[in-house]
Design a protein around this ligand. Structure first.
Ligand code: SF4
Length: 99
């Protein structure tokens, strides 16, 4: 399951620096994967790219961004449920492709 950022976000971007997958981007910022650039997912809030979030699996025991957020704006995303095996496969895919 990826995480997502809610409207409680104050755009401090404390989470962005903690993400080992560079899955978190500022509002309006283009996101990147494997050398390709993509349009922003949100122009209003700091956002998470679900395809790049592994819940920190492969790096840490818990999502680092959730712990870093001062307003508890980051929650598990019920629209992106994945098993630990899927998340590890995603991490390995990102390792090969480049974040
Ligand atoms: Fe990045 Fe981990 Fe947060 Fe996912 S849970 S966005 S991988 S810091």
């Amino acid at each position: 399951m990826a995480v997502k950022i809610t409207e409680e976000c104050i755009a401090c971007n404390a989470c962005e620096a903690e993400c080992p997958n560079t899955a978190i981007y500022s509002a309006g910022e283009n996101w990147h994967l494997g050398g390709e650039t993509h349009d922003p997912i949100s122009d209003e809030y700091t956002y998470v790219v679900p395809g790049k979030c592994t819940e920190c699996v492969g790096y840490y025991d818990e999502p680092q961004c959730i712990a870093a957020c001062p307003t508890e704006a980051i929650i598990m995303d019920p629209d992106h449920v994945e098993s630990k095996e899927d998340l590890m496969a995603k991490k390995e895919f990102l390792d090969k492709l480049g974040r």
